[in-house]
Design a protein around this ligand. Structure first.
Ligand SMILES: [Ca+2]
Ligand SMILES: [Ca+2]
Ligand SMILES: [Ca+2]
Ligand SMILES: [Ca+2]
Length: 388
C-alpha cells in the first residue's frame, strides 16, 4: 500500500523546488492536496499518513498492529534539485516502543536519487531504528545505502523514551560521499554520533532527489514523535544562495531572517563567515551580496514605492500578530514583525528612490522630507485597512 503511495507521489509531483526550511508551525502558506497538512512553509510536499499539524509540530503515532505483517507509516515527500546539500530533521518526544523480533520502528530522513544514466537509482537513509540487533531502548542509528552495492553502516546509541533528537544527512555529490550525524541534544554543537564519510556510487548526471521524512512501525510495536523542523540546504551556499536555486532572492533573505530570530545554527546562514548568525549577516547579505537596500521588500535591487504599496496591500504593519512577518512582508530587522523600527532602519539606510545601490561609493543621507512622505503613506494605509 505504501509502495503505491510512493509511486503516485513521485509520478504526480511536477514540482521542482530547491531547498529550504520547514518549521511545522502551521502558519505557512502551503495547503496540501488532501487538506491534511495546511500551514507548511515549503511548496512541493506530498504527504502520506494520518498525522496532524499544530503550532508545535507534525505529530505522528504509528503501529500497534496485532500481526507482524502489519505496517503503519507516515511519509512526507519533496523533490529537491540540490546537488550538494545537508538535510536535518528535529523530532521531539521520540519513542520507538518495545523492540521485538520481526517488529521494526524507524524514524528518520532519506534521499532518493535518480540519475540520467540508465538504471542509476538509489537512496540513502539516516534513521533511528529499532530491531533485533538492538538491546532494550538501545536503538540503532543507521545509514542505509540502497544501491546495487547494498551497503549498510550503523552505530548503536541509547535514546531514552521521550528524548528530543536531531538527525542530519549530508551528501557531497561532487565527491560521491555522504555522512550523517545524530544529536541527542537538539541545538548542541557536537553530535552524539557521526557516520561517514561513506563512499557512494558515482552520482554522474544526477538530476533529481526525493527528500523524505518518515516514521514507520511494523508489527505490534509503536513509533511516536513530533517533527518540529526539517531543512534541506545547499552546501554551495557560500554566496548567500541559501535555498540553492541559483539566485539571491526573496527566499534566501526570508530564510536568513528566520534563521536570525530562531537562532538556527546551519553554517549556510553565517554568510559573513564570522562564526555567528546575527543581524550582521543580514546586513552583509543585503548590502554586500545582493547589493541592495534595506526596504527592498521584493528584492529587485531598488527600494521604491512599489515595495511600499505592496506591503500596504499585504497589511502586516503593526497588525498585532507576533512573528508573522518576513523580509518580503516588511520585517527588515529580523525580529519577525513589521513595525516602525523596520521603517526607521530602511530610512536610515537611505536607499529610497535612489535606484540600484552603488557598489562602493558613499551612501546618501536619509531625507527628512522622505520621512514625512512615508509616515503619511503609512498612516493613510493603516486607516484604510482598519476600515476594511
Ligand atoms: Ca536563492
Ligand atoms: Ca555571521
Ligand atoms: Ca524593490
Ligand atoms: Ca521587524
Amino acid at each position: 500500500m505504501c509502495a503505491v503511495a510512493v509511486r503516485v507521489a513521485i509520478a504526480c509531483s511536477s514540482a521542482w523546488s530547491s531547498g529550504g526550511v520547514e518549521s511545522f508551525t502551521g502558519r505557512g502558506p502551503f495547503e496540501s492536496i488532501d487538506g491534511q497538512l495546511d500551514g507548511l512553509d515549503l511548496v512541493g510536499w506530498t504527504y502520506s499518513g494520518d498525522g496532524y499539524l499544530d503550532a508545535t509540530g507534525l505529530h505522528v503515532t504509528n503501529g500497534g498492529f496485532p500481526s507482524p505483517e502489519g505496517a503503519d507509516q507516515d511519509f512526507l515527500f519533496r523533490i529537491d534539485d540540490l546537488e550538494n546539500f545537508s538535510s536535518s530533521v528535529v523530532i521531539e518526544n521520540v519513542d520507538l516502543g518495545e523492540a521485538d523480533f520481526l517488529d521494526t520502528s524507524i524514524i528518520g530522513i532519506s534521499h532518493a536519487y535518480h540519475g540520467t544514466v540508465s538504471g542509476q537509482i538509489g537512496g540513502l537513509r539516516a534513521v533511528l531504528a529499532e530491531n533485533e540487533r538492538s538491546g532494550p531502548n538501545e536503538w540503532l542509528f543507521s545509514i542505509i545505502v540502497t544501491t546495487n552495492l547494498g551497503d549498510t553502516d550503523f552505530v548503536s546509541v541509547l535514546v531514552p523514551s521521550g528524548d528530543d533528537i536531531g538527525l542530519t544527512l549530508s551528501v557531497v555529490a561532487d565527491d560521491n560521499i555522504a555522512f550523517a550525524e545524530f544529536y541527542d541534544t537538539v541545538g548542541s554543537d557536537e553530535p552524539t554520533a557521526v557516520l561517514g564519510p561513506i563512499q557512494l556510487p558515482p552520482f554522474a548526471e544526477t538530476i533529481e532527489y526525493t527528500s523524505r521524512v518518515y516514521m514507520q512501525a511494523s508489527g505490534v510495536t509503536l513509533s511516536n514523535g513530533a517533527i518540529t523542523r526539517y531543512s534541506s540546504l545547499s552546501l554551495d551556499a557560500w554566496n548567500g544562495d541559501i535555498n540553492g536555486d541559483g539566485v539571491l532572492g526573496i527566499a534566501d533573505v526570508n530564510l536568513l531572517s528566520q534563521a536570525i530570530w530562531d537562532a538556527w545554527k546551519e553554517p549556510q546562514f553565517d554568510v559573513n563567515e564570522d562564526g555567528a548568525t546575527n543581524a550582521e549577516d543580514l546586513e552583509y547579505w543585503v548590502h554586500d551580496l545582493r547589493n541592495t537596500w534595506f526596504g527592498d521588500a521584493d528584492v529587485n535591487g531598488e527600494f521604491n514605492s512599489p515595495d511600499l504599496v505592496n506591503l500596504f496591500q499585504i497589511g502586516q504593519y503593526e497588525d498585532g500578530s507576533e512573528r508573522n512577518s518576513t523580509w518580503s512582508t516588511g520585517d527588515w530587522n529580523a525580529d519577525g514583525d513589521f513595525t516602525s523600527a523596520d521603517l526607521v532602519l530602511a530610512f536610515q539606510d537611505g536607499g529610497y528612490e535612489q535606484g540600484p545601490r552603488p557598489s562602493v561609493s558613499a551612501v546618501p543621507e536619509p531625507s527628512t522630507a522622505l520621512l514625512f512622505v512615508l509616515a503619511a503613506m503609512m498612516s493613510v494605509s493603516t486607516t484604510r485597512w482598519n476600515r476594511v
